[in-house]
Design a protein. Structure first.
Length: 270
């Protein structure tokens, strides 16, 4: 599917769509290297609608994470444009929240303090966000763990704290860079279900990087396939599976068809 095609998200169907509209227009990124310039991304163009869940897949080193950092405003682009709500990204975006592969929680900060960390960084009154932090902690099933340190939590629990931290300032765009890649298979499945529930409740726009084809199909409205470096858009595929989705969705013939298409595009056997 081309990025201009019409697609309606569950949030839009309910009339509750929020989130930011994201647009990459002819985007390129070149890094300086010791042995010459390296082009990570070249002529990347696609959009993400408000309230839409879009995954990005591609081989290692194709620029997937770089795309997230560019729209977050922490890595400058070299050519083209990255737009949030029609405005060019020219620096860090307060309206975006980021979740990384590892939770990266300061080990000396308790759960509640880790969730509130962005509030302190933004210079906002901590007391005004304490109740919201508590609500987020309860939403991800961590009530009672507010005063625990990171080393007292499992990997999946730490990643839940990381998601709360990304949501505390109510961003309209949630950027997720392999957030479940370091988790065991069972915990990963639990976290996928948790993310789908959070997305359904908050109606955020989600841009999700993953190496897992099945994860991309399960979670997404669309999957954008990036070529090997320099990264370009190879395909933009609508995932027209019914929602809500769960582990049982993997047995649907349409799920398997989408997964087979992605494996073929990525040169993966099976």
């Amino acid at each position: 599917m081309k990025s201009g095609a019409k697609i309606t998200t569950p949030a839009q169907q309910s009339g509750a769509a929020r989130g930011f509209h994201v647009e990459f227009m002819g985007l390129g990124k070149t890094y300086a290297a010791r042995d010459g310039a390296v082009t990570a991304l070249e002529e990347v163009s696609f959009g993400v609608r408000r309230g839409e869940f879009v995954s990005i897949v591609g081989p290692s080193g194709c620029g997937k994470s770089t795309l997230l950092k560019i729209i977050l405003g922490v890595v400058p682009l070299s050519s083209g444009e990255a737009l949030l709500e029609g405005r060019s990204v020219r620096g860090p975006q307060v309206g975006a929240g980021m979740v990384f592969q590892t939770a990266a929680l300061p080990p000396w900060r308790r759960v509640i303090d880790n969730v509130l960390l962005p509030i302190e960084i933004l210079g906002l009154p901590r007391r005004d966000y304490r109740a919201k932090a508590q609500k987020l902690i309860e939403m991800v099933g961590l009530a009672g763990f507010e005063m625990k340190l990171p080393n007292e939590l499992s990997g999946g629990m730490q990643q839940r704290v990381s998601i709360c931290r990304a949501l505390i300032h109510d961003p309209e765009l949630l950027l997720m860079d392999e957030p479940f890649g370091a988790l065991d298979a069972l915990t990963r499945e639990i976290m996928q279900a948790e993310l789908l529930r959070i997305w359904a409740e908050t109606h955020k726009t989600v841009l999700f990087v993953t190496h897992s084809i099945d994860e991309a199909v399960l979670l997404s409205d669309r999957v954008v396939v990036i070529t090997p470096r320099p990264g370009r858009v190879a395909r933009d595929i609508a995932i027209d599976l019914p929602r809500p989705r769960g582990p049982e969705s993997r047995s649907l013939p349409l799920f398997q068809d989408h997964a087979r298409t992605l494996r073929h595009l990525l040169g993966v056997g099976g």
